[in-house]
Design a protein. Structure first.
Length: 152
């Protein structure tokens, strides 16, 4: 049966850097923005807030909508699913400079403590250096290109 996979991501920029997530999923190393799958009964703002809390232990709020997929994308993990991704500009609810950051910031790609299913590390990418090549999947590449054009 064919279906849809709705994904919701946060664009978090701090001190002219974009937060990206390096992950090991289904045997693949991927780079994407923090976020994940919409759960039944959940709104998109609630989803991105939940994902940031789960992945980074960070309470965020949605500032504005940035982009929603406007072309067909078949899931990389299930040929019977179409992916629809929604991207929001987000910011921490509290001053990020005064908070104790609870998530590890990596300085290199795929800096996992142990390379296993679900491994994840966060890293900052300088706004001036963002490109579509920083991301793995086609929708994220489109967003990387849009960010590059808009923020430089």
């Amino acid at each position: 049966m064919k279906g849809f996979n709705v994904r919701v991501y946060g664009i978090f920029i701090h001190e002219n850097k974009l937060l990206v997530s390096d992950e090991h999923i289904k045997g693949m190393n991927i780079t994407k923005l923090p976020g994940g799958g919409l759960e039944y009964g959940e709104g998109t703002h609630d989803c991105v807030a939940r994902e940031f809390k789960e992945e980074l232990d960070l309470d965020i709020e949605v500032v504005s909508h940035f982009y929603t997929t406007d072309f067909f994308v078949n899931s990389a993990f299930s040929s019977n699913n179409q992916v629809l991704s929604i991207y929001y500009i987000v910011k921490p609810k509290e001053d990020f400079n005064t908070q104790k950051v609870k998530f590890k910031i990596a300085t290199k790609l795929f800096d996992f403590e142990k390379k296993m299913e679900g491994a994840q590390s966060m890293r900052w990418v300088e706004i001036e250096k963002i490109s579509d090549n920083d991301f793995t999947f086609i929708i994220d590449k489109r967003v990387g290109e849009m960010l590059s054009n808009k923020l430089k």
